[in-house]
Design a protein around this ligand. Structure first.
Ligand code: TYM
Length: 326
């Protein structure tokens, strides 16, 4: 069975982009692979975090992932900082990545523009820690949204180089980017990616938003003045709304265009909101149930870390040996 690895940061609430670009697919492929999913709290501290909030968000995210359908019988779920080998391997990779190579990462450029007062070395090295996450587990497939493509390329390059210079040690991972939902855009500004950190009350739909909030946000979504409902990449607002509808409806693009042929933007917004509300409802119900069962969530994380530690320790030992770290 091929091994899947992926991660998500416990910063802020998770939104429709995280769900459609990553988590929904983690759940969908669960039975086909051996899965390891990681809450990457060490990545989160590249942006300033309040310690108590970070701790709480970390456990909350575990609960949300379980509510989304991550099944501990099929997947291991754990917290990154519980396994010291992540940061240890990251250091070794840092010493095998050129400054120029790392400087090309567009996400560093975006994030440092958004946080000009805290451009720290960790933010710059973020992709090395991400590569360490993946390579430690010898993962073959990494389901992520489109924004992580460049980090995956870097991971593959550093792994190939390491194997060439020190002998076969890492599996070369492949990004698994979904055909639908890989890049969900902000509702207020469909030219920018939906993100946790963007300001604006109508920017993102969060998994825990109420039905009313979801309806209101979609009703205010930015569209255009053409009045035609069709999949046209040049019309970002309508394209984004149709993409969200497509991701939840299981209908083809043709069927969706026919369905909306004689309808207006108001109908489109309402129907997209309705399908999102209905699809999130069972997840929200499970979140409520799990809120009362913290010990279950903690047990899942403990078991996940136990299995993760075994795999990570084995890879790390081998890496140290290859490069002569005693
Ligand atoms: P994070 O927490 O920012 O995002 C988690 C996942 O959500 C996807 N995503 C999106 N997909 C579609 N549309 C969007 N608007 C959107 N916004 C976010 C991301 O692509 C990601 O799959 N660096 C990673 C975390 C990470 C990781 C790893 C992932 C750390 N180590 C190892 C895979 C493997 C990140 O950006 O997380």
């Amino acid at each position: 069975m091929k091994r899947v690895f992926s991660g998500i940061q416990p910063t802020g609430a998770i939104h429709l982009g995280n769900y459609l670009g990553a988590v929904k697919n983690w759940v969908a492929y669960q039975q086909d692979y051996e899965n390891i999913f990681c809450i990457v709290n060490s990545h989160a501290i590249t942006i300033a975090q309040n310690p108590d909030t970070l701790r709480e968000k970390t456990y909350e995210l575990a609960m949300i992932l379980l509510a989304c359908g991550i099944d501990p019988k099929k997947s291991h779920l754990f917290i990154q900082s519980e396994i010291d080998e992540h940061t240890a391997l990251s250091w070794i990779l840092d010493c095998n990545i050129a400054m120029g190579e790392m400087s090309r990462m567009t996400q560093f450029k975006d994030k440092s523009q958004k946080n000009p007062k805290n451009i720290n070395v960790g933010l710059f090295n973020y992709p090395a820690l991400m590569a360490a996450d993946i390579l430690l587990y010898q993962a073959e497939l990494v389901p992520v949204g489109e924004d992580q493509k460049q980090h995956l390329e870097l991971t593959r390059n550093v792994a190939e180089r390491f194997n060439r210079d020190f002998g076969e040690c890492f599996k070369i991972p492949e990004a698994l980017i979904p055909p639908i939902g890989a890049r969900v855009m902000g509702l207020d500004n469909p030219e920018t990616k939906m993100s946790k950190s963007a300001n604006g009350a109508n920017h993102a739909i969060f998994l825990q938003d109420s039905a009313d909030e979801i309806m209101k946000k979609f009703k205010k979504a930015t569209t255009d003045s053409q009045g035609v409902i069709a999949f046209d990449k040049n019309r970002a607002g309508i394209y984004n709304l149709l993409g969200i509808y497509e991701a939840f409806s299981k209908k083809s693009k043709d069927e969706i265009e026919k369905h909306f042929a004689n309808k207006g933007y108001g109908d489109l917004k309402r129907e997209v909101a309705e399908i999102v509300i209905e699809s999130l409802r069972p997840i929200q119900e499970r979140i409520q149930q799990l809120k009362n069962d913290r010990s279950y969530v903690m047990d899942v994380l403990k078991d996940g870390a136990f299995r993760a530690r075994e795999i990570a320790a084995k890879t790390y030992r081998e890496v140290k040996d290859r490069i002569g770290l005693v």
